[in-house]
Ligand binder design. Structure first.
Ligand code: TYM
Length: 348
């Protein structure tokens, strides 16, 4: 049977990219899972502090993320929902993995480089940049690997941008199992959504992201229909006023077409959508796209607001406490494999 694990950072209300790339898959997996399968979804607050955070604000966002996960239809009876920092085994395993993980592999990973913004022309980190780089940002993927491996996950549903991190998690398994010549860790499979990356509405060469300073670049799953319409009508495309699907040459238009595909009630393809707009203009495409997204997100905002208010937040806190308890037990089973006090096959 399957163990599904995934994580999301509590860095603000999730956007359409998080939703179509990851969260909606989580809900679909939950709906088809059998009794034997396990599903765990973690709000990864320890990953969030790789960037300085205000503690009170982080606690609020954590709770909002939990409300968002419930609002899109995750059911705490079927899916274990918890904060990463509630389950210390994640960081315990991280240390063990750090001792066999390759620095070289980590330094070739792109995500922390882009967070640092400036690399030199060759794309390498020069000494000045390296000295500003914090160890936590560099070793971020090791904690992510630990999140997955501590729960013996078999499948990890993520958006396209996380593929590299998942490859690294498998690399951690190989390195560890090789060093200790035993098979304590399970290699996880990546499950990516059928959708490509959702791109920014202001710059179709960038992915839609929580950290972009321009709010108009994204649609939140709690955006109002009016906001959704405004942002999609204002999306940056190009000046060719006809509809064709060309990912390379017309990324802005392609992004809208792909959103229509993702939000359509009947299965369709980008080519079909483009054909159906033959003779129409960009305004028509945007208006259609906006309505499809409004429909897809219908009801989420209302459920989200209600959940946040329920029992002054206690309802959410109780769900998290129950989830954390289950996750701790599951993680502890893995950690026992490592410890001298329990089995022969051990590391320390
Ligand atoms: P995070 O919080 O950035 O994103 C959460 C999920 O949303 C997906 N996603 C997107 N998909 C499509 N288009 C986009 N524009 C877009 N932006 C985000 C991401 O692929 C992700 O699946 N490192 C992870 C969190 C993490 C994790 C883990 C994930 C920590 N531990 C263990 C899986 C397993 C992250 O920062 O995701």
């Amino acid at each position: 049977h399957a163990v599904i694990f995934s994580g999301i950072q509590p860095t603000g209300t999730p956007h359409l990219g998080n939703y179509l790339g990851a969260m909606r898959q989580w809900k679909r997996l939950q709906d088809i899972a059998g009794d034997e399968d396990k599903l765990l979804f973690s709000i990864v607050d320890l990953h969030a502090i790789t960037m300085p955070q205000d503690a009170e604000a982080l606690r609020t966002r954590r709770r909002e993320m939990l409300a968002a996960l419930l609002a899109i239809g995750l059911d705490p009876e079927k899916s274990t929902l918890f904060y990463q920092s509630s389950v210390m085994q994640h960081t315990e395993l991280m240390w063990i993995l750090s001792c066999t993980a390759s620095m070289g592999y980590l330094s070739r990973m792109t995500q922390y480089k882009s967070k640092l913004m400036a690399t030199n022309k060759a794309g390498d980190l020069d000494e000045e940049i390296t000295s500003r780089l914090k160890l936590g940002l560099f070793s971020y993927p090791v904690l992510q690997a630990a999140d997955i491996l501590v729960h013996r996950a078999t499948h990890v549903p993520v958006g396209d941008d996380q593929k590299q991190h998942l490859e690294f998690a498998r690399e951690c398994v190989t390195n560890f199992n090789h060093t200790y010549n035993q098979k304590l860790l399970v290699s996880p499979e990546t499950l990516t959504a059928p959708s490509p990356r959702v791109m920014s509405l202001r710059d179709p060469y960038q992915k839609m992201s929580k950290s972009s300073p321009n709010e108009r670049s994204r649609i939140l799953i709690t955006s109002t229909p009016t906001e959704i319409r405004q942002r999609i009508m204002g999306a940056v495309t190009d000046s060719i006023n006809m509809i064709t699907y060309e990912r390379e040459d017309r990324p802005g238009v392609a992004n809208l077409i792909e959103l229509i595909v993702q939000c359509s009630s009947e299965p369709t393809t980008p080519e079909n959508v483009a054909d159906s707009f033959l003779g129409a203009n960009l305004g028509d495409l945007k208006a259609y796209c906006a309505e499809a997204v409004v429909l897809e997100l219908d009801g989420i905002r209302e459920r989200f607001t209600k959940l946040l208010e329920r029992q002054g937040g206690k309802y959410l806190d109780d769900i998290e406490a129950a989830g954390a308890e289950i996750a701790r037990q599951n993680a502890e089973e893995t950690m026992r494999l490592f410890s001298v006090t329990h089995v022969k096959e051990n590391v320390y």
